[in-house]
Design a protein around this ligand. Structure first.
Ligand code: ZN
Length: 234
């Protein structure tokens, strides 16, 4: 499997409560992330529960079509589990191998296509796409309107990728090597302290040694001088 992403890396940018394990599926290969809108009018909220009800009762699908739904407040909600094929882009057989993300909105108050993403929704989309690309690095990011004659998601992929690139530049990925560096630094610090102590000890020992040497020198000199004045035994 292509995945070697840690929860720590995901947590740096993620906005869902899902762990990597929960976002990861090994049951079907993922190679594409497709962006949608829910076709709600500007300023109108929607929920996974309501969308699910419509998709199941009206469309006769087994579950909500999208894997993730981004609410107007910027919160991310799980729809259909990623391990299951979604129902969001039948065109070009694009439900297979893809993850469908939909933001609530996409229409103006008169019902015409409009990019109604709130700042919170934009941020959430960047973060979610970022995390999914960490987990499925061989995926591309596309818009529904690239495959179907529809306005969905009411913006062009070029617009999104430009925004995302700028956001990425402002949010560089955390370095995976950060973790092991800390203990090494601590050890190094300790050993410096130990070395300092050693140096102090060695200096003291050296001083003592010098003193001892000095003392023995004077003792020898003294005993030599004494010997000069001592009457020689006859
Ligand atoms: Zn769509």
């Amino acid at each position: 499997m292509e995945n070697n992403v840690s929860d720590k890396m995901i947590n740096s940018c993620k906005m869902t409560d899902l762990t990597v394990e929960e976002m990861l599926t090994t049951e079907r290969p993922i190679h594409r992330i497709i962006l949608h809108c829910t076709a709600d009018k500007e300023g109108v909220d929607n929920t996974v529960e309501k969308i699910r009800k419509y998709h199941v009762e009206h469309n006769k699908w087994e579950d909500i079509g999208y894997h993730y739904v981004v609410y107007r407040d910027g919160s991310i909600h799980v729809g259909r589990p990623v391990r299951k094929v979604g129902a969001h882009c039948v065109d070009g057989n694009n439900n297979q191998g893809s993850i469908g993300i939909s933001y609530v909105g996409g229409l103006d108050t008169k019902g015409k296509a409009k990019d109604t993403r709130t700042p919170g929704q934009k941020e959430a989309l960047y973060r979610l796409v970022h995390d999914l690309l960490l987990i499925y690095p061989s995926s591309d990011v596309r818009c529904h309107n690239e495959f179907a004659n529809k306005a969905c998601p009411s913006f062009q992929i070029g617009t999104f990728l430009d925004e995302y690139g700028q956001w990425k530049a402002e949010h560089p990925d955390p370095l995976p090597a950060e973790e092991p560096e800390e203990p090494v630094a601590e050890v190094a610090e300790e050993s410096v302290v130990e070395n300092t102590n050693d140096t102090v000890d060695n200096n003291v020992k050296q001083d003592i040694a010098n003193e001892e040497q000095g003392a023995s020198f004077f003792e020898k000199l003294l005993s030599f001088l004494k010997s000069l004045f001592q009457p020689k035994a006859k």
